[in-house]
Design a protein around this ligand. Structure first.
Ligand code: 9MR
Length: 371
C-alpha cells in the first residue's frame, strides 16, 4: 500500500514535470543561441486575427512584417508615405518586448509602378532613381530608428546562377545600387544592423556571388552584419550538405547568418518550378493538390524528419547563426497555399490550421535542451 502511494506521488510529479515541459516555448530554449522569429501578416499584427498573438508571445522573440514594410505598402505614391500598418506592427512588438526586424528596403518586387518611371511614363534616369532609393531609405529607416533592430537592406539581387538579376534597379543604376542602399541605411540609423537577403542560397553559384558581394562591401568599409538565407525549402531540396556549406561560407566572409523565411513545401510541383521568385504562377490541377484533406502519416513523418534535420543544422551552427525566422506561424497563414499554384492546401509551418503546435515543436525543443 505504502509503495503504491509512493508510486502515485512519483507519477503525479512526473505528470507535473511533463505539463511544465509542455509550457516551454521555442524561444525559451532556442533563444539561448539565436533569435527565434516569425513573420506576421497585417491581420495578426492588428489583432483582427486574435489567435496569433498568444502563440507569438509564447514561442517567438522576434517578428518581421510579411508585407507591410515593403515599398508598395509604405510609399504607394511618390512622397506619399503610409505608416499605418507598419506602426501597428512596431507597436505590437513594443508592447510585447519583441525584436522587430525590417523587411525590406530595396527589392525589385512589391515596388509601386511609379518608382521606376518618370512623369512622362518613361524609364526613370539613374540619378533620379538613386535619389528615390535614398529618400525612401532615409524616411523609413529614420522613422523606425531605435525600434527596428536590423533591416533587410537589399533583397534578391542575384539570379540563381549567380549573375545579377536584370531588374530595373540593376539595369538603371548598375550593381552599385547595393552599396548605395547599404550606405543610405547606415546613415539613417548608424545603430541598425544591415542584412542582405535572398532565396536558393544553398546553390553553389549563388553562394559564391553573394560571398563576393559581401567581401567587396566589407573591403570598401560598408556595414553589413548578416546574410539572410530565406530557406523556402522542400522535402528534398536543397541538399543538407549544400545548405550547411552555405552557412559556413557566409560565416567565413565575416558576417552572421540568418535563416530569415523558413518554411517547408510538402506539395508536388511542376518540373519547371524552382527558387522562390514570386513571378512563378502555374495553372491549378488536382494532381498538384493531393493533401487537401490532410497529410498522410508517411508524409507527415517525412516532414517531421526534415524539420529535425534543419534544426539540427541550426544547433550545430548556432555560433554562426543570429536568427532563425519562420515565414508565418500556422499552415493557413502561408503564402505556399497560393504559390506557385493558387488554392492549394500546404503544410509548411510549425503550427496547424487551428494554431495548435505540431508534435515536432517539442522535438525541436528537446534537440536544443540536450545541447
Ligand atoms: O509572403 C509574402 C506574400 O504574402 C506576398 O504576396 C509576396 C509578394 O511578393 O511576398 C511574400 O514574401 C516574400 C518575401 O517578402 C521575400 N522572399 C520571398 C517571400 C515569398 O514570396
Amino acid at each position: 500500500m505504502r509503495t503504491n502511494y509512493k508510486l502515485f506521488i512519483i507519477a503525479l510529479l512526473g505528470l507535473g514535470l511533463h505539463v511544465q515541459a509542455q509550457e516551454v516555448g521555442l524561444k525559451d530554449v532556442l533563444g539561448r543561441y539565436f533569435l527565434v522569429g516569425t513573420s506576421l501578416n497585417q491581420w495578426q499584427s492588428s489583432l483582427r486575427d486574435f489567435q496569433a498573438a498568444p502563440v507569438v508571445e509564447h514561442h517567438f522573440n522576434a517578428v518581421v512584417a510579411e508585407n507591410v514594410m515593403k515599398v508598395d505598402a509604405l510609399q504607394p505614391a511618390s512622397g506619399d508615405f503610409d505608416f499605418h500598418h507598419a506602426d501597428e506592427i512596431a507597436d505590437f512588438c513594443k508592447q510585447r518586448q519583441l525584436t522587430l526586424i525590417g523587411h525590406c528596403l530595396v527589392w525589385h518586387s512589391q515596388v509601386p509602378a511609379w518608382f521606376f518611371v518618370d512623369k512622362q511614363g518613361q524609364t526613370v534616369g539613374r540619378e533620379e532613381l538613386i535619389a528615390r532609393i535614398k529618400n525612401h531609405i532615409a524616411t523609413v529607416v529614420g522613422r523606425y530608428r531605435g525600434r527596428v533592430r536590423g533591416w533587410d537592406v537589399v533583397n534578391e539581387a542575384f539570379l540563381d546562377d549567380g549573375r545579377m538579376r536584370p531588374s530595373p534597379l540593376y539595369n538603371i543604376i548598375g550593381e552599385d545600387f547595393i552599396e548605395i542602399a547599404f550606405r543610405a541605411a547606415h546613415e539613417a540609423d548608424p545603430d541598425a544592423e544591415l542584412y542582405y537577403n535572398d532565396y536558393s542560397m544553398a546553390l553553389p553559384q549563388k553562394r559564391a556571388a553573394v560571398c563576393r558581394m559581401v567581401r567587396r562591401l566589407k573591403e570598401k568599409g560598408v556595414r553589413i552584419d548578416a546574410v539572410g538565407m530565406q530557406s523556402h525549402v522542400g522535402l528534398d531540396y536543397p541538399s543538407l550538405a549544400d545548405y550547411e556549406a552555405s552557412i559556413d561560407s557566409f560565416a567565413a566572409c565575416g558576417v552572421k547568418v540568418m535563416i530569415t523565411e523558413l518554411d517547408i513545401n510538402v506539395l508536388p510541383n511542376p518540373m519547371e518550378f524552382g527558387g522562390a521568385g514570386v513571378e512563378q504562377d502555374f495553372a491549378y490541377q488536382q494532381r498538384w493538390n493531393p493533401y487537401a484533406d490532410g497529410l498522410p502519416q508517411e508524409k507527415a513523418m517525412e516532414l517531421e524528419q526534415r524539420w529535425l534535420d534543419l534544426f539540427d543544422i541550426y544547433r550545430r551552427h548556432a555560433a554562426q547563426i543570429s536568427r532563425v525566422n519562420l515565414w508565418g506561424i500556422a499552415d493557413h497563414n502561408s503564402w505556399l497555399n497560393n504559390w506557385p499554384i493558387h488554392g492549394r492546401t500546404n503544410y509548411p509551418l510549425l503550427f496547424d490550421r487551428q494554431y495548435k503546435e505540431k508534435p515536432v515543436v517539442r522535438k525541436i525543443i528537446s534537440l536544443f535542451e540536450c545541447f
